[in-house]
Design a protein around this ligand. Structure first.
Ligand code: SIN
Length: 355
């Protein structure tokens, strides 16, 4: 009698273990790479939603705060670095991109989530979009409220990001940014509000989709080259060419531009007014810089729309490049990568039409 009872208990335990193993095997394997930001931030009180400290809590604490993750993926965490994203730089990008490519080349990794500060999330996302060598999902996520705040948005954003990174729907879509239940493409997304939860938008072109009821819904995708179609490769790189941004405004002067060129800039993004227009006080310095071999890209401070080639400037004659719809901070990234391949402005213009 006792032996029979013992046997049935062992059988139950065995079945339970088998069920747990079967569930784990059917779930995608998602690695979370933590880099800091508000999602890992802490404030003095639960109502502190500004004036908190970003990048305080580690990846294991982020994962432990969302036990629901275990239901949608087999999750592993790695702390790649721990910074507020205003301190993001080219070296961090190269380190992160190499780690992402290594992990995605492994058969036991199905997708990657990167936790990141929101201030430069759009730049990191676009950089990775251009250099990741895989169709597997890469999802970047942040939060607008620190982890200690009432209604912190980090946990639900992280849950959505893991869900997305483990989904079939996200395969081949390029690097994605998700916050606030919305999915955006790396090339197009931008931060539009200093502090609200719905800050991330793709102005005019719109979101790729939403996450609702633990399921991603896609409605469109970016038409530009990314990830496996991209020619850019950071595997052998330990630095990127210096490219700086000058911002257009009334009464503009060329002091900053000249300083960048004197400091060795290989490229300048000019975020001009309107359709990338150039102030008369700055044009001679741009022409001089181009003569010295500096590549000049005309972008716009407006944030939406195409900068027309040969529109507000004679780009053919000046030998300038236009940024298409890329904002200045993303044009900087594409130009840095383009300069790792060529200094030919015709080739670089082609790159700006394609990526
Ligand atoms: C940061 O970008 O690291 C701080 C701001 C944020 O994450 O929202």
């Amino acid at each position: 009698m006792l032996a029979r009872k013992l046997f049935s208990q062992i059988l139950i335990l065995f079945c339970l273990a088998a069920a747990i193993t079967a569930q784990a095997q059917s779930l995608p394997n998602v690695t979370i790479l933590a880099t800091g930001g508000t999602i890992a931030g802490t404030g003095a009180t639960s109502t502190t939603t500004v004036g908190y400290t970003a990048a305080k809590i580690g990846v294991e604490a982020l994962i432990d705060a969302v036990p629901e993750l275990k239901k949608v993926a087999n999750v592993k965490g790695e702390q790649v670095f721990q910074i507020a994203s205003e301190n993001m730089n080219n070296e961090y990008w190269l380190k992160l991109a190499k780690r992402v490519n290594t992990l995605l080349s492994q058969s036991d990794v199905d997708g990657i989530v990167i936790t990141h500060g929101t201030d430069t999330i759009e730049e990191t996302a676009y950089f990775l979009d251009l250099v990741v060598k895989s169709r597997k999902p890469v999802v970047i996520v942040g939060a607008m409220r620190p982890s200690t705040a009432i209604s912190a948005d980090g946990p639900i954003n992280l849950y959505n990001a893991v869900l997305l990174a483990g989904s079939k729907e996200a395969v081949g879509k390029g690097v994605l940014v998700t916050l606030n239940d919305q999915i955006n493409a790396a090339r197009e997304v931008t931060k539009t509000n200093t502090s609200t939860l719905d800050t991330f938008k793709t102005p005019e072109l719109g979101y790729l989709g939403y996450i609702q009821g633990s399921k991603p819904f896609f409605y469109r995708q970016s038409t530009r080259k990314h990830t496996v179609e991209s020619q850019f490769d950071v595997s052998g790189l330990d630095q990127l060419p210096q490219v700086d941004i000058v911002y257009g405004y009334a009464n503009m002067n060329p002091i900053a531009l000249n300083a960048f060129v004197a400091a060795g800039a290989k490229g300048i993004i000019h975020a001009g007014v309107g359709d990338g227009s150039l102030n008369n006080t700055v044009l001679p310095s741009l022409v001089e810089a181009r003569k010295k071999g500096v590549v000049i890209v005309r972008s716009s401070r407006v944030g939406q729309g195409i900068v027309a080639r040969n529109g507000e400037a004679d780009d053919d004659k000046l030998d300038f490049v236009v940024s298409d719809t890329l904002n200045a901070q993303k044009a900087r990234i594409l130009l840095m990568l383009a300069l790792t391949k060529t200094t030919d402005t015709k080739e670089i213009q082609k790159i700006f039409w394609e990526y």
